[in-house]
Ligand binder design. Structure first.
Ligand SMILES: Cc1cc2nc3c(=O)[nH]c(=O)nc-3n(C[C@H](O)[C@H](O)[C@H](O)COP(=O)(O)OP(=O)(O)OC[C@H]3O[C@@H](n4cnc5c(N)ncnc54)[C@H](O)[C@@H]3O)c2cc1C
Length: 462
């Protein structure tokens, strides 16, 4: 491709900004990033409270966040945030230690069985499911793997056939049953469902295991995690500051037309011509959202195949509140509430996060899901009230809500579409209309997977 190609990137979140960085590193300097909001970072949103930044969006990373590490190196920053720690409560607010045999004598057989199954899962992932942990989903439904190894920062190209990979289109609970490792869900659920990624009876195993590959899940268990003092948004603000062309903010894209081998983008009333466009913003949003976000099919001259495929995308309704508490009600640590991580407890508090250890003068952030594929969506206000009631049950009532949002979160497709080759079809469309698709749907809804996908997209096509 011509290094002078004019490339428009839609979205100034981790995927869009990383696309800019990797293009620049490869010698493509004629790119423009258009961002809808008046800030960069997307779901990495770290507002300030009493002089310190807290997290409304992304919080943590693991040592295998190689793409995020590329960004850190590019900007000369590091993960310098407060160490994470957590305890557990049951649904009645009692502190529990669910994984400690001495505290759960009656559960010892189950815990021993769980330990064995975790070992077994680790083994089959390396053997039976070789190739499962590559970034993105290319080839999986056809029993192939194709991408770049994620075992170290070098990310060597790898590919092969492995028909067993087709099992990854099953919902994760069915995948575990198939392999006799049902009890591993007790461990995987913490960093999955409570982090807003949905329930194991609805989400294909591919998403679960590509994000929580064995090594990453063990990093969560051992709390071997990264955070950033100035918040995850700082990573992307820094990247934006170091790019040759920082994102153009507050852009409302009214129209994108792809014709005559060019791409015409009209934003804030002005039309500009490009050679290619990379979309990292949502591709499809089924219903009108209160925050005004729309999918690309609504402002592009979307073709039938784009409309058809992207209409299969669903997303999670993940709600975050930032609350103040009275000092005497302030939690001493972050808590996970496993009892509330099941569909029957839709709309309930699943986890709450205390960020700083040295002060009670901070907000606590709470997390709840209010949608399941087979259930009626819990309305926003009902969920909000339920979470506030749950905080009382937990013994940490809120005195005030200072910030809140319902996030367009973790776009994904369900098992049937995954199995029927949704990703193969979309991957085959890359570049077809001078358009490339990146961002969360193409890999997984975390900072590193999206940044890594942008890296690979640039490697593959530019
Ligand atoms: C509560 C919460 C907790 C999380 N925790 C973690 C965590 O601990 N670790 C982790 O790695 N990840 C975490 N994540 C996920 C992570 O933040 C996202 O997966 C990541 O930000 C995705 O990057 P992206 O660029 O693909 O999308 P986004 O971050 O959503 O960025 C997309 C950008 O596109 C912009 N945009 C949208 N529409 C348009 C348009 N029409 N025109 C122009 N611009 C547009 C948006 O404003 C946004 O800036 C969390 C997210 C949330 C909300």
């Amino acid at each position: 491709m011509d290094k002078n190609a004019r490339i428009c990137i839609v979205g100034g979140g981790p995927a869009g900004l990383s696309a800019g960085m990797y293009l620049e590193k490869k010698g493509y300097t004629n790119y423009t990033i258009l961002e809808r909001l008046d800030r960069v970072g997307g779901k990495c949103w770290s507002p300030t409270y009493n002089g310190r930044r807290y997290e409304m969006g992304a919080i943590m990373g693991v040592p295998s966040y190689y793409a995020v590490h590329d960004v850190e190196e590019f900007c000369g920053i590091t993960h310098d945030g407060p160490k994470l720690n957590r305890n557990y409560k049951n649904g009645q607010g009692k502190v529990i230690e669910p994984f400690e045999p001495k505290k759960n004598l009656f559960k010892i057989p189950r815990l021993l069985k769980m330990k064995k199954q975790i070992k077994k899962l680790g083994e089959i992932l390396e053997t039976k499911y070789k190739g499962y942990d590559l970034n993105g989903h290319r080839g999986v439904s056809e029993g192939r793997y194709e991408g770049f190894s994620q075992t170290n920062a070098k990310r060597e190209p790898v590919s092969g056939t492995n028909p067993n990979l087709k099992d990854l289109s099953l919902p994760f609970n069915k995948f575990c049953e198939l392999n006799g490792v049902e009890l591993t869900q007790d461990v995987w659920i913490g960093p999955f469902t409570s982090f807003g990624y949905g329930y194991f009876d609805e989400i294909p195993a591919a998403y679960v295991l590509k994000y929580l590959d064995f090594q990453t899940c063990m990093n969560f268990v051992k709390i071997n995690l990264w955070t950033w003092k100035n918040g995850t948004q700082y990573i992307w603000e820094q990247l934006n500051d170091h790019l040759m062309h920082p994102a153009v903010l507050s852009q409302t894209i009214e129209k994108v037309e792809r014709k005559d081998d060019k791409v015409y983008v009209t934003a804030n009333g002005e039309t500009k011509e490009y050679d290619y466009i990379i979309v990292t913003a949502p591709l499809y949003i089924p219903d009108k959202r209160a925050d005004g976000q729309i999918g690309m099919v609504d402002y592009f001259d979307a073709r039938d195949d784009e409309k058809e495929l992207f209409s299969k995308i669903d997303y999670e309704r993940y709600d975050v509140l930032a609350v103040e508490t009275k000092p005497e009600d302030h939690p001493e640590i972050s808590y996970y509430v496993f009892d509330n991580m099941v569909p029957a407890k839709l709309g309930h508090l699943m986890v709450y996060y205390r960020r700083w250890r040295d002060t009670k003068d901070q907000v606590i952030t709470t997390y709840a899901l209010r949608k399941h594929k087979d259930m009626e969506e819990v309305p926003y206000d009902v969920c909000r009230q339920t979470v506030l009631d749950d905080l009382k049950v937990m013994g940490n009532p809120a005195s005030n809500v200072i910030n809140e949002w319902s996030v367009y979160y973790f776009p994904h497709v369900f098992s049937e579409d995954y199995k029927n080759g949704w990703y193969e079809k979309v991957e085959a469309m890359q570049g077809k209309y001078r358009t490339f698709y990146a961002g969360e749907i193409m890999s997984f809804g975390d900072m590193d997977e999206t940044a890594e996908y942008s890296r690979e997209l640039v490697e593959r096509f530019f």
